[in-house]
Design a protein around this ligand. Structure first.
Ligand SMILES: *Cc1c(COP(=O)(O)O)cnc(C)c1O
Length: 373
């Protein structure tokens, strides 16, 4: 028998979450963001659940080629555009739409030989200060692209840094949205603004302050909340698209004062039983989980919520069995997602206990973990 850890991808949940996104933005077209191997879920594995999107957005040419290989004929957008001249040949061949965020990318396009003119998403740096033309340079970039025979259509894109919260008492998108509108007002072309947080918080319903021809949901499709802990995934009506489950492979009985694991960071305050779980940081679980504190990281044993104790090691972690006295070797342990009986453990809560976010945990799922659908 293989080591009992396994990740399960829930195709129905992906479909549900996509539908949930469409409810918030019924008039927008959806780029399903599948970068980073579909946020750790596996591009090929999420394809079925997300093929109802209008397009797929990602970073790598090999991921784009994989999608074409799966039979996807619709739009594919390279969110960071091309990295070198040669990439443009693949864009032409695979019919990829691409972001243009700097002059070097325009230079490459200007000398690219192609019979198929490209669709471009020109990126404005509206305040994130990562990628994109500064407001003062944006219109010149647009004018440069507009006369290139290599370009068929220019759409306009920007990315929010604070859509998940408020900034100085105003909505986190207000300032960047104002910059975007000021700079692009009279330019033709479709707009793409919203990530998951902007879609859920600022589109749809009576609070709508944002419209966007193309929206770019990522994490929401995988069933995590973009603004945890203000809202949980359940608050937003999302379902987890991944469950990480393993089993107890050993148990130990501790006397008062006994310690657990490397560094002896957990000391039993009373006699207790602990379970040893086949899951460690080499599977993608956080080593930083605070097994030393009172609360530890939440886990489910046989669907019952308990906590980790002691340090997470490479292949194993240890959990408190006090709330589940019947638990023994072979019992199911849910690290995040859904137990096989349907009990929920939101990835956002696990991540928060370890000082990170659901995004990072799902992306970190290690290659050695077998994945099933
Ligand atoms: C990753 C990414 C997204 C999706 O972000 P989420 O917060 O996961 O919805 C959208 N747009 C761009 C440019 C991105 O890089």
């Amino acid at each position: 028998m293989p080591r009992p850890i396994q990740a399960t991808i829930h195709t129905e949940a992906l479909r549900h979450n996509l539908m949930r996104v469409r409810q918030s933005a019924p008039d927008a077209r959806v780029w399903a963001v599948v970068k980073a191997n579909a946020y750790g879920h596996g591009l090929a594995r999420v394809f079925e659940g997300l093929r109802g999107a209008d397009g797929f957005a990602l970073l790598n040419l090999d991921e784009a080629a994989t999608l074409r290989g799966l039979g996807w004929r619709g739009p594919i957008l390279l969110l960071e555009g091309v990295f070198e001249q040669r990439d443009l040949e693949l864009c032409s061949r695979l019919d990829l739409w691409h972001t243009v965020h700097c002059n070097a990318q325009i230079d490459m396009l200007a000398t690219h030989k192609t019979h198929v003119p490209h669709r471009i998403f020109l990126k404005l740096n509206s305040g994130m200060n990562r990628l994109g033309f500064a407001p003062a340079q944006f219109r010149a970039a647009w004018a440069r692209l507009n006369v290139l025979p290599q370009v068929e259509e220019i759409s306009l894109l920007t990315h929010f840094s604070d859509a998940d919260g408020d900034v100085n008492g105003a909505s986190g998108i207000a300032q960047q949205l104002a910059v975007f509108e000021r700079i692009t007002q009279d330019l033709p072309g479709e707009r793409s603004l919203s990530n998951s947080a902007a879609i859920l918080r600022h589109m749809g319903g009576n609070k709508a302050s944002l419209s966007s021809d193309w929206i770019r949901p990522g994490v929401v499709l995988y069933g995590a909340s973009p603004d945890h802990p203000e809202h949980s995934a359940a608050d937003w009506g999302l379902q987890p698209a991944m469950s990480l489950r393993s089993r107890i492979v050993a148990t130990q009985v501790l006397a008062v004062g006994d310690t657990v694991g490397y560094g002896s960071t957990f000391r039993a305050p009373a006699p207790m039983r602990i379970g040893v779980v086949a899951c460690g940081y080499a599977d993608g679980y956080m080593r930083s989980s605070p097994g030393t504190t009172e609360r530890g990281t939440p886990v489910l044993v046989n669907g019952v919520r308990t906590r980790s104790v002691g340090r997470v090691s490479m292949d194993l972690m240890t959990v408190d069995l006090s709330p589940v006295p019947d638990a023994d070797i072979g019992c199911e342990v849910t690290l995040w997602g859904q137990s096989s009986q349907g009990a929920l453990l939101p990835i956002d809560e696990v991540a928060a206990a370890g000082g990170t976010i659901g995004y990072e945990l799902m992306c970190a799922l290690a290659r050695r973990v077998p994945v099933v659908e």
